[in-house]
Design a protein around this ligand. Structure first.
Ligand code: AHR
Length: 309
């Protein structure tokens, strides 16, 4: 409670906790659950009041949430955008209301970079590069053409676009690597299973020797489809995924996944630190990228206990 001692009045601006409105894009994956928990826990620890709304992968719901934050006059808004286009008008509305914005996890395609203060999130292009480099090395003794199946994430989302691009640009010019099957599966386990089943219903010449999945959940779903088709995941089909959840480490330890490119969901502490710094008038870098790694089967058993999500 704010003290009312007239001899020593307390400046309410100093004691009032910061109110952060956060538009989370959905709850499609294990990564997303870890991301949401990290943000809730970090807000609690930082003494920041968090108003979070889940948009269930619908950009319009994100706009509604953001407008409700503006009406409630929050101090600052953070957005994890489901897709990267279409943000200019709502960001202008927030700017007109004088509320600072942090973009989290996925990016927005806007020319005017003054519409947000900073973008905190992974380098998805680099993740695609890491996945392709691992594959090139892993398959170096494989004779002939290598068919690659790709499970994309949500259409129009930054991780799906950039993971695809980084991967493609890295295999460009290597004519023995061919993406023979590629489709979006929305970052969900059920989507991954369904699309992989579809791939394996096609003629055997198209069947993949490598599966590149844009996240762990889709790859776990695909493992089920691969086993149903009588193939051995991790052996008949080399599986490379992105995220690095505990479940993916279990899949690596049991030989089903061959490698996982890390994408760090624990962005809560960084988000709260940025929130506090913006509210106290400090300048932040326009882009903040958490450190990330790539893990292979050999390291999985050792690392599994360190996985928090
Ligand atoms: O934007 C990050 C991606 O979104 C994660 O890789 C994926 O699992 C999630 O759904």
């Amino acid at each position: 409670p704010v003290e009312t001692d007239l001899q020593h009045p307390v400046d309410p601006a100093v004691t009032k906790p910061i109110v952060l409105g956060f538009s989370q894009l959905g709850s499609e994956s294990t990564w997303r659950e870890a991301n949401t928990s990290s943000i809730k826990e970090a807000a609690d620890e930082a003494g920041i009041i968090l108003i979070m709304k889940n948009a269930e992968q619908d950009q319009k719901k994100q706009f509604d949430a953001i407008r409700s934050f503006i009406r409630s006059d929050v101090d600052i808004i953070a957005i994890a955008p489901v897709v990267q286009t279409g943000w200019k008008p709502i960001l202008q509305e927030i700017k007109q209301a004088g509320i600072p914005v942090i973009i989290l996890d996925r990016s927005v395609n806007v020319e005017d970079s003054s519409l947000y203060i900073t973008f905190i999130g992974s380098d998805f292009y680099e993740e695609g590069v890491k996945a392709a480099k691992y594959m090139i090395d892993k398959m170096r003794h494989h004779p002939g053409v290598i068919n690659i199946a790709e499970l994309q994430g949500t259409v129009g989302s930054t991780p799906s676009i950039d993971r695809g691009l980084g991967f493609r640009e890295t295999i460009q010019g290597k004519s023995n690597f061919r993406i023979t099957q590629t489709k979006p599966a929305d970052f969900t386990k059920s989507g991954g299973r369904e699309i992989m089943r579809e791939f394996l219903r096609q003629p055997k010449e198209k069947w993949p020797q490598v599966l590149y999945s844009h996240n762990d959940d889709m790859a776990i779903g695909a493992v089920e489809a691969i086993e149903e088709a009588g193939l051995r995941p991790g052996t008949d089909v080399v599986i490379i995924s992105v995220d690095g959840t505990r479940r993916a480490f279990e899949q690596m330890a049991s030989g089903n996944f061959n490698a996982v490119v890390e994408c760090n969901p624990l962005l809560g502490p960084l988000l709260m630190q940025a929130t506090k710094e913006i509210m106290s008038g400090r300048t932040l870098p326009k882009r903040m990228v958490p450190p990330e790694d790539i893990f292979t089967q050999e390291l999985a058993a050792m690392e599994i206990e360190n996985r928090k999500y």
